[in-house]
Design a protein around this ligand. Structure first.
Ligand code: ZN
Length: 424
């Protein structure tokens, strides 16, 4: 296996096997206090949706883990408005914190909050707080928790969370926070170049409680995602917005084969290397796009749409073409701006969303307009083949079996793209 591949290669699927059970449990019990307990509403989901969009609000069956469907199940942190993120820096007797705990915090902030501000068009006001500015020493050595790649929540993480809560004591009121980031001293466990341990347990209503609320949405960050290219200070934080994406209910888009199904088009697919944004589908799911910014292409015949670049606020961002109650094609315009720093062929990205596929098994697949081209990027840790995936004026995506054509008609000087959807 190539070293660069190993660096961005597959890592553990972050959801719990028991997530669906927990989700059901949460939906039947009222939650008290703030959103650590899991918001009673999924945040982004308005109670009434336009009926014209309903065919595009695809849903899988109940057992799907971290489904792409809309709306997002309850139990995750809310993804719009002010989100209070509690950050605790922890160390161990066999991995004592080196340097200041606040330096560890500074590896992720303010970049993470800036990333969310940019990607959400200001709709997610992420407030990172570190009420304890020192390393919180855990009572047991790191080795004693049995934490390794793929480790389940029980018993290691349950014990660790209990120990964190005890160590924080009265200095933290957990009711004030919507999610928890545990920033582990980087010398605990293997290098991220060998094994990425970073993981999130999301929507976990059975997690240990603190101050009366379960720690149901928690991300654990280990080591440093430093590829040695010299970009760590600019890009090393990106594991945190990825892990927090799970806290908001998003699945992993990389698969056993790594980032070959979505490439660098979403931080849930690749969180090493150059900055990237999120797919428009995820932005709709998180409530960062209004329903009015979505086109739902159900009609037979020909319909034209104008899509504005996803990185800019305002305008139509996403056209969805449902092909079943569980799946469909999404179209959006990606350009090199905002969080998208590595786009080398701007245009209309076409991808399939399947709400019936579990996290980590490829719920989203990007279609490559230029298959086997090798791609257009030389940026390290960016999946190259799909980097030139967008369709440009004159090109057409076809699904003959379902009678669907998507043609890119042209662009205007500000980068808006006209697309024509034909359904037979
Ligand atoms: Zn993940």
């Amino acid at each position: 296996m190539q070293p660069s591949r190993r660096r961005i290669g597959p890592r553990r699927v972050a959801s719990l096997a028991s997530v669906t059970v927990l989700t059901l449990a949460i939906s039947t019990s009222a939650t008290a206090g703030r959103l650590m307990a899991g918001s009673a509403t999924a945040g982004p989901i308005a109670p009434v949706r336009p009926s014209t969009l309903r065919p595009c609000m695809i849903r899988g069956h109940l057992g799907v883990q971290m489904p792409e469907g809309i709306p997002t199940p309850t139990g995750y942190a809310h993804s719009t408005g002010t989100v209070h993120a509690l950050n605790l820096m922890i160390d161990f007797s066999d991995a004592p914190g080196q340097g200041s705990a606040l330096d560890r915090f500074a590896e992720f902030f303010p970049q993470t909050q800036e990333w969310f501000t940019t990607s959400s068009y200001g709709r997610l006001d992420y407030r990172p707080e570190a009420p304890i500015g020192r390393w919180l020493r855990m009572p047991k050595p790191f080795k004693a928790y049995g934490i390794e790649r793929g480790a389940p929540f029980d018993p290691g993480y349950r014990t660790l969370i209990k120990d964190i809560v005890t160590a924080a004591g009265t200095r933290v009121d957990f009711r004030h926070y919507d999610l928890l980031n545990v920033l582990v001293t980087p010398n605990a466990g293997p290098s991220a170049l060998d094994t990425v341990l970073s993981v999130t347990f999301a929507g976990n209503g059975e997690a240990p409680a603190a101050d009366g609320v379960p720690i149901s949405n928690a991300s654990f960050i280990y080591s440093r995602q430093d590829d040695g290219s010299g970009s760590y200070s600019r890009t090393g934080y990106r594991v945190l917005p990825h892990e927090n994406g799970h806290v908001f209910g998003l699945p992993d888009l990389y698969t056993q084969e790594g980032g070959s199904t979505v490439g660098h088009w979403d931080i849930m697919s690749e969180d090493w290397g150059a900055d990237n944004d999120m797919l428009g589908w995820h932005k709709w799911k998180l409530g960062w796009l209004d329903d009015s910014q979505i086109g739902c292409a159900t009609a037979r015949g020909t319909t034209d749409y104008t899509l504005t670049p996803l990185a800019r606020a305002g305008g139509r961002k996403l056209v969805f073409i449902p092909v079943s109650p569980k799946s469909g094609y999404a179209l959006e315009v990606r350009t090199r701006e905002g969080n998208d720093t590595a786009v080398c062929r701007p245009g209309v990205l076409v991808y399939r969303v399947d709400a019936d596929i579990d996290t980590g098994n490829g719920p989203i697949t990007v279609y490559d307009s230029r298959r086997n081209s090798g791609g257009c990027t030389h940026s390290p840790n960016v999946q190259a083949e799909l980097s030139d995936a967008p369709f440009v004026p004159g090109e057409t995506f076809k699904d003959p079996k379902r009678g669907i054509d998507v043609s890119v008609l042209g662009t205007d000087p500000s980068g808006n793209h006209r697309v024509r959807v034909t359904r037979r």
